[in-house]
Design a protein around this ligand. Structure first.
Ligand SMILES: [Zn+2]
Length: 93
């Protein structure tokens, strides 16, 4: 019973205050991003690779914006080359 109450408390704690992220992996760097991962909720806690301190909210937002930009560019470029795969010579000028 105590376990259920604890689970309920944790549930509300996470809703109102966010996960406590008490079970984190060690920091690691993938594709120029350094972060720990919360084993409870899967959230990434970003760190500066220089200082190994957690990034501020603003820095994380900038990093995510940069990553979103990269993700947009890649599929457009690959679909454009797929469309151009009809091998007909074209004069673009
Ligand atoms: Zn968490």
């Amino acid at each position: 019973m105590k376990k259920i109450l604890q689970a309920i408390l944790d549930f509300f704690y996470e809703i109102f205050l966010g996960c406590r992220h008490s079970h984190l992996t060690r920091p690691f760097t993938i594709q120029h991003e350094t972060y720990k991962v919360c084993l409870d909720c899967g959230k990434r806690i970003y760190y500066s690779p220089e200082t190994l301190l957690p990034l501020s909210t603003r820095e994380v937002r900038r990093l995510e914006a940069a990553r979103a930009g990269e993700l947009k560019v890649v599929p457009v470029a690959s679909s454009a080359s797929a469309l151009a795969g009809d091998h007909k010579p074209r004069i673009a000028a």
